[in-house]
Write a protein that binds this ligand. Structure first.
Ligand code: DGI
Ligand code: FE
Ligand code: FE
Length: 189
């Protein structure tokens, strides 16, 4: 994609998100680009994936569910009870069919940005981690350490983020998506 097209995509995403979500999207986009530089991954694909990762976040839960049903996208039991989780799968669908992305790695980075998955690509890891550490985030006392770690050892950062997420979910009594647990089990040593 050319730079002009990235600017065009950014403008479209801006229209589809509220102000706070768009600020977060920009944070993820430039953090993903920086991680891509650090690990020798294509920066433009990181930017596109960052811009698109939450593209379905501002749909209502009803719309997320109906879009997934209409497009025969599987909804598991955790997602049925916590429809916000579907913004990842619904986002991958919109990235392809509304925003015209054909790059399967970018689509997977959007699809798995919330739960991760076993055997993630570099781009998938970068978007997953950028989502957690972007500068606008302020949800964990460990962020300074995790931000440093992300630029030193991507896989270690991934495991630490998954561990913290699972701990947080258990603490709040939130239901854990089987994929989040599977991803942690796959990457932990
Ligand atoms: O969309 P964002 O808010 O930018 O970030 P995200 O897509 O990573 O979603 C973050 C939320 O998702 C966070 O509150 C933790 C939650 N989450 C991640 N894995 C699971 C989960 N929530 C549930 N219920 N189950 C999970 O397995
Ligand atoms: Fe998200
Ligand atoms: Fe996000």
């Amino acid at each position: 994609m050319e730079r002009g097209n990235i600017a065009e995509l950014r403008a479209k995403i801006k229209k589809s998100q509220d102000k706070k979500r768009y600020e977060h999207t920009l944070g993820v986009t430039y953090t993903a680009a920086c991680l891509a530089m650090c690990y020798d991954i294509d920066t433009e694909r990181a930017e596109i994936a960052g811009l698109l990762h939450d593209c379905a976040k501002c749909l209502s839960n009803d719309k997320k569910v109906s879009l997934c049903k209409k497009q025969s996208i599987e909804i598991n039991m955790t997602e049925a009870k916590n429809p916000f989780l579907l913004h990842a799968k619904a986002g991958a669908y919109l990235a392809e069919h509304k925003y015209g992305v054909r790059d399967e790695d970018i689509l997977n980075a959007v699809r798995y940005h919330t739960t991760g998955r076993p055997g993630m690509s570099m781009l998938e890891k970068i978007v997953f981690i950028a989502d957690y550490i972007e500068p606008g985030r302020n949800h964990s006392a460990r962020l300074p350490e995790l931000r440093r770690l992300a630029f030193q050892d991507l896989d270690k950062a991934l495991v630490e983020i998954l561990r913290d997420t699972l701990r947080y979910l258990k603490g709040t009594g939130n239901e854990i998506d089987p994929m989040t647990q599977k991803t942690y089990d796959y990457y932990k040593k």
